[in-house]
Design a binder for this molecule. Sequence first.
Ligand code: INI
Length: 159
Amino acid sequence: MNDSRGAPLPDSGLPRGEGRRIAIVVARFNDLITERLERGARDALARSGIGADSITVVKVPGAFELPLACRWAAADHDAVVALGCVIRGATDHYDYVCSQASRGCMDAMVATDKPVGFGLLTCETLEQALDRAGGKVGNKGADAALAALEMLDVRDRLS
Ligand code: INI
């Protein structure tokens, strides 16, 4: 594919933010982690050229509530970033929350035809979560935000 001047475009979309309106949906459960994911997502969006007034942040109780809020947010935003953190406990509750939240976010993305950046950490320990929320493995909130922007660019190039 070529750009408007005929120069070849790279195969991947670019995380361009200009003119985009983005919603960030943040689960409050494990907020020590999810606040860091939110900061990472906000910073990544700002670096991609999105002003603070084009970003809506909304909090929900936990990861289980992310999919429905993503569907609501998709109605008047170009893309949504879903952020949460599930840490394995003593029961199998973890498995239900992880599987339903991730399935629900995918369903929200397909049903609304809007990108949903998936920033749900599913970890065995708090240490693993800290590593992924701005620690030694990066910030998965930032990664999810950039993935959503990249998908918007992919859509524009395919349409
Ligand atoms: N929600 C999370 O976001 N992370 C968790 O680790 C978690 N655990 O372990 O239970 C969790 N549970 C709450 C759930 O997401 C709902 O908010 C709750 O069940 C009310 O619907």
